[in-house]
Design a protein around this ligand. Structure first.
Ligand code: 5GP
Ligand code: MN
Length: 351
């Protein structure tokens, strides 16, 4: 049996809202990842089966390795279809906010969301959710929003309405947010849920293959390059950094998603507990942070880069030159000397 995580009043309130609404929009965060797309499309399939008019809206494009998912081609990418995005938000009577905790995470859609007359339901697992929805289902202890979607559907008593496409998207989101069940994945209920998804007919090995074994040759060579030439180790701080300039991305024909997961790789070095990946974008510098055990990547992201995320996986943005972002990172390390030096890594840590 699945344990109850989501409060009963949140389930009842959400169910009542959905029953009274017909035009539903699902929005997820900028640069959507597997959990963002997986949870959104899972809810999309479920609501379609329910008979609702549903659209999934994302601020910008998402990686090619997520485009096999049923419904992916119907996602409205706001950077390409601004008017459609705006009209959908204005016409909606219900908006789901999935896999994000703060309005600025969906920029440039933020003002439209704030002006929308629709009811709003948040389903998310990031720390410190903002209070802007009619129902806020926020569970940082759960490793993916996709798992929360499974729990949400079941708790409404509608497991039967979940079709195979919905189950596939849930599995894809659960898998990608746990590094294929290698971190944040010690909760036994995850495996109960996978059993139920298999009952729905998912091909779990096939989903792994579609996500992790369809990269370009350039992407694999880029991985070799960054590990051999670009990875910097800060031994006294048990930290590592990988940086990538715009020129280097062009050289390796960088595409969205190509660098996904790179930030995790230095954590496989014995003794490294904190890893950063700093990548130059067109008008800003993107920071990705990962940590192991008790060192808070989320705190570092918030304090140094005005960002956020989860305890062990966070990110931020820097508006300036790549070199200045690197400098900021390097100068910050000594400030965290105590936490980085006297660390303990709990093998079962699940933040
Ligand atoms: P990633 O490194 O995969 O881009 O992001 C890791 C985590 O940090 C994600 O859960 C994401 O929501 C969060 N995150 C990434 N970038 C930002 C950011 O600029 N601001 C905030 N608040 N969170 C971020
Ligand atoms: Mn997530």
């Amino acid at each position: 049996m699945l344990n109850k995580i989501i409060p009963e009043n949140s389930i009842q309130k959400s169910k009542k809202i959905i029953e009274h609404c017909n035009k539903i929009v699902i929005i997820t965060h900028v640069s959507p990842d597997g959990d963002a797309i997986g949870s959104s499309l899972a809810l999309y399939h479920f609501l379609l089966e329910w008979g609702k008019e549903v659209n999934v809206l994302v601020p910008n494009n998402f990686p090619g390795f997520l485009k096999w998912m049923d419904g992916a081609k119907d996602i409205v990418v706001a950077e390409w279809r601004e008017n459609t995005a705006k009209e959908l938000i204005q016409a909606a009577d219900l908006i789901f906010c999935l896999d994000f905790n703060a309005r600025k995470r969906i920029e440039p859609l933020t003002p439209w969301l704030e002006e929308a007359k629709a009811k709003k339901i948040m389903i998310d697992h990031h720390l410190d959710p903002e209070n802007f929805c009619d129902v806020t289902i926020s569970h940082p202890e759960i490793s993916s929003t996709s798992e929360l979607i499974f729990r949400f559907i079941c708790r409404m008593g509608m497991f039967d309405v979940m079709n195979r496409s919905c189950a596939e998207c849930i599995y894809a989101g659960m898998m990608t947010d746990t590094g294929a069940f290698t971190y944040n994945s010690n909760d036994k209920h995850i495996y109960y849920i996978i059993g139920e998804l298999l009952e729905k007919g998912i091909d779990k090995d096939g989903i792994y293959d579609k996500i992790y074994n369809h990269y370009s040759e350039c992407r694999l060579r880029l991985q070799g390059y960054i590990l051999y030439e670009k990875m910097k180790i800060y031994e006294p701080y048990h930290a590592a950094l990988i940086t990538l300039s715009h020129e280097e991305q062009q050289r390796f024909q960088w595409k969205k998603g190509d660098t996904e997961g790179f930030v995790n790789m230095p954590l496989s070095i014995d003794g490294i507990v904190f890893s950063a990946f700093i990548r130059e974008e067109e008008n800003m510098v993107k920071i990705s942070l990962r940590s192991k055990g008790d060192f808070s990547a989320n705190r570092f992201a918030a304090e140094i880069f005005n960002g956020g995320g989860h305890f062990n996986a966070a990110g931020g943005e820097f508006y300036g030159k790549l070199d200045d972002a690197i400098d900021l990172f390097e100068k910050a390390l000594p400030k965290y000397n105590n936490q980085l030096t006297f660390f303990t890594v709990h093998p079962s840590a699940n933040h």
